[in-house]
Design a binder for this molecule. Structure first.
Ligand code: PMV
Length: 328
């Protein structure tokens, strides 16, 4: 029996980092997916993944989440989400040793919630292999627990969006779907530098310890998220874009932007984006832009590709983590 599962990547339209401290965020699932196949194996969990920054990687994971056969610390960090999900699945579903194959339509460490998407897909895949009927709410809870263990601090954002899909407002553990009046065209561009969520969350926490103004910056981010949610519901994309621009400035104040991300954001704006910002943890990874017109979005992709950045037009997706038809 082979189970195939897909989980969407996500982009945060506003509120990353501040959401870790209880302020709201608005995020959306993308029509861009991580896929996991799971099938019963021999005596341990064998993982093949193309998600590593080091290319294709195979590793063996024990029931208690130890990774064997990895070559470097950085690789271990990337596999930590998978290994922790395997341990949770062993504890919660009594998952049998299985072979897991992980692929993604986006580059690893891109700030698009890849770790949460992989975690959700591994958990659902192993629940299915174990014959356990798992609720979405349980998946969401387990994804959050895995993120907390690996990152130290995590909001409910990624766990919620990869599990449920669509546009979501998150505040603490509460969430509410948003039905926008108009669907925007989104472009995501990768800075070609990796973004490590755990490390960036730790850096912002350190900055917050040292600088009193960080709480004020986060409060402003929370306020602009409230305004952005209203504008999104009303189909006022111009205001949504302006608030994304303001959010980018505040993320730069938290020191999570880079030279490459700044270049991308300015290319987006010159190409006619209504708004553009870092998305996710930053320090590398991606920027996202909101366009009204598809032709402007495509022009931005061409310009960014010519500059050596990987960029693609994507759409909001209503679908959260789910099984797909697969060969037996
Ligand atoms: O980089 P990503 O896609 O994992 O997003 C991280 C978002 C943060 O707010 C920085 C962390 C969190 O847990 O919400």
């Amino acid at each position: 029996m082979r189970i195939s599962v897909k989980a969407p990547l996500k982009t945060i339209l506003a509120g990353e980092h501040a959401v870790v401290y209880g302020y709201p965020a608005v995020a959306v699932a993308l029509d861009t997916y991580v896929r996991v196949t799971a099938e019963p194996g021999d005596d341990s969990f064998r993982v093949e993944t193309e998600l590593s920054c080091e290319g294709n990687v195979s590793a063996e994971i024990t029931r208690d989440g130890n990774v064997k056969g990895f070559r470097s610390e950085s690789l271990h960090e990337e596999l930590a989400y998978v290994a922790t999900a395997v341990r949770k699945a062993s504890e919660e579903f009594d998952a049998p040793p299985s072979n897991l194959r992980i692929t993604s339509e986006a580059p690893p460490a891109s700030g698009l919630g890849t770790s949460a998407a992989v975690t959700a897909a591994v958990l659902l895949g192993l629940a299915e292999v174990s014959g356990v009927d798992v609720s979405r709410e349980e998946i969401r809870r387990l994804v959050r627990e895995v993120e907390l263990e690996v990152q130290g601090k995590a909001s409910w954002t990624d766990a919620t969006v990869v599990t449920y899909g669509g546009f979501v407002r998150i505040s603490g553990r509460e969430f509410e779907p948003i039905e926008p009046e108009r669907n925007p065209v989104l472009v995501v561009a990768h800075s070609q530098e990796p973004s490590r969520t755990g490390e960036m969350v730790r850096r912002v926490a350190e900055l917050r310890e040292r600088l009193d103004i960080v709480d004020g910056v986060m409060e402003l981010i929370g306020k602009l998220v409230d305004d952005l949610e209203v504008a999104l519901r009303n189909g006022d994309l111009r205001t949504v874009g302006e608030l994304m621009n303001a959010n980018h400035g505040l993320l730069a104040a938290l020191n999570v932007s880079t030279r490459a991300l700044e270049e991308i954001v300015h290319v987006f704006r010159s190409a006619g984006a209504l708004g553009a910002k870092v998305t996710g943890a930053g320090g590398g990874g991606c920027a996202v832009a909101l366009f009204e017109r598809e032709e402007d979005a495509k022009r931005a992709v061409e310009t960014l590709s010519a500059l050596g950045y990987e960029a693609f037009v994507t759409r909001p997706s209503p679908c959260g983590v789910k099984t797909e038809d697969s060969g037996s």
